[in-house]
Design a protein around this ligand. Sequence first.
Ligand code: NAP
Length: 442
Amino acid sequence: MWDGGGDRSARLGAVSSPLASVKVAVLGPGTVGSEVVRLLTQQADDLAARVGAPLEIIGVYVRDTSKDRGPHLPPALLTSDASALVSQADVVVELMGGIEPARTLILEAIAGGASVVTANKALVAAHGPELYEAADAANVDLYFEAAVAGAIPLVRPVRESLAGDHITRILGIVNGTTNYILDEMTRRGLDYDVALKQAQDLGYAEADPTADVEGHDAAAKAAILASLAFHQRVALDDVYCEGISAITSDDVIAARETRQVIKLLAIAERTGGGVTVRVHPALVGEDHPLAGVHGAFNAVFIEAESAGGLMFYGQGAGGTPTASAVLGDIVSVARHKATGGKGPLESNYAVHEVLPIDAALTRYCIRMAVEDRPGVLASVAAVFEKHGVGIEIVRQVPGQTHAGLILSTYAAPERDLRATVEGLRASDAVAEVKSVLRIEGE
Ligand code: NAP
């Protein structure tokens, strides 16, 4: 059993004096945590050389110390006393997930002088400012590369590599579960429920899939990325969020007929003097690179004033890929502990207003059933004209009792597009607005 560690006063303030070893505590040896422990053990020599001091796992926090955790987690490392463990560590790696006790333990770790690595997007999105302030006050690092898009380096490029540029837009697929479901619906013609069940059977989706399919997970990542990209705090509540649970096979078929696919996108952009951050399903053209992101993969485009367009692609989840991102953070913060230095502080000096989605510029594709009689097209067009929304493409499709009509708009503010849809719903010419999807990625 874990023996309580050594003299921690010798480690506090050790930034300027090289350490014999960097003491690492891991909280939560689950899918990611167990891989982190395995890699820390198996790659110990390489990691020591990269850090400048050996990384010593001083303990792993679990609720049940009697449970067998596999060959890479010897019982001697396990402890159920998290507070004692974090108080002895130079680096605390939080991989439990959820808000509590993760938040309290991270704050305890920081107060005790430890740097923190976490993959916990929910916590960083909801309590990032509190954690940053504590870390800044204690002069320790707070790293969370794995909290956004698993293995894909995204936090570090946005926070550090692009620190001299102005990011104008981030657009991407940041949730592998929903991408898998939509991809199965698109490529194999599965219904939503069947694709979801398949995702659950394969371990891509939780038994309760709400956080993924309703867009909450992607919204947390969008809030984190937007805060970093725009140098200001973007709260979870600032993110407009719509999931994929209302997407039907008819939507997928209609998309295919117009050479488009449906993806759940996270979009953060500078718009009209402010910023908007949103997560929702959207149509992207079949030849757009995001359309080629299959299965549970993630991909993110970043547009910056000087750098231009950048694309990041890879595995957004999974124990080993996510552990890669966690290990990268551990090396960085451990280096600072061993040989001096410190990672970036929170950058929140900017004062762009975070605008509601109403201010976002987007395009709509509206699928509806209309009365099959002369003058209907003119009535429909009048609704668009009233709200100043231009129609780019009209397709008529045969229907049984009504004619089917698919309209794509030119770009317009979301508020005008919504008003147009309300106008269509109220119009005598329209029997039913069947679906409304935004068109993005152009
Ligand atoms: P997981 O498999 O559910 O593992 C969580 C671990 O934390 C388990 O060992 C669990 O212990 C422990 N734990 C949970 N609550 C605890 C508590 N209150 N007290 C003590 N131990 C507790 O989760 P995961 O998939 O590894 O995810 C960990 C973190 O990484 C989450 O923040 C997640 O969002 C993030 N992340 C995961 C992925 C991924 O692909 N899995 C990708 C990116 C980011 P028991 O074994 O006793 O239940």
